[in-house]
Design a protein around this ligand. Structure first.
Ligand SMILES: [Zn+2]
Length: 160
């Protein structure tokens, strides 16, 4: 987290002032995301627009943009997935007893909502088959994945 920027904020106060905040978080700092990531490179840009809603309570629009490396559920290879999402929320739902909300948690929640339930890469030509350049770099003794497309899946099932 960038120094000097508080993560926990008083959403009621920010809504009174109609404050807009922007933050960038490393994807590696989002614990609930880790199972979905092929690796934790990259970051998420988040924008929080606080405002009072009709009832007089604090509201916020949370918008996120990221390009995480997801694991394709068909070929189990990592692929870059561009994602953007935005929701209007009642931050009070997420508040601690002191009325504070964690901006990082709001961003993580929004990013999880925006990601596909089942991530599948968008390259049907190569999905399920190792690209030629990766095969060339495979360690000696490794079988050719193009002839055994389910090797990775079988290995995964053995581990569980
Ligand atoms: Zn795939």
């Amino acid at each position: 987290m960038a120094a000097g920027l508080p993560d926990r904020v008083d959403c009621a106060h920010l809504a009174d002032e109609a404050v807009v905040l922007e933050r960038v978080y490393p994807l590696g700092e989002m614990p609930r995301l880790q199972d979905l990531l092929a690796d934790a490179r990259g970051s998420v840009r988040a924008r929080f627009e606080f405002a009072k809603v009709d009832s007089g309570r604090a509201g916020a629009t949370v918008a996120v943009e990221a390009c995480p490396q997801l694991i394709c559920q068909r070929c189990l290879q990592g692929f870059a997935y561009e994602v953007a999402g935005s929701s209007e929320i009642e931050p009070e739902i997420y508040a601690t007893d002191e009325g504070l909300v964690s901006l990082r948690e709001l961003a993580e929640e929004e990013l999880l909502l925006a990601l596909p339930l089942v991530a599948v890469c968008s390259t049907p030509q190569t999905c399920g088959r190792a690209p030629a350049y990766e095969t060339a770099e495979a360690p000696a003794g490794e079988s050719n994945d193009r002839t055994r497309p389910f090797t990775a899946l079988r290995d995964l099932l053995k581990k569980t």
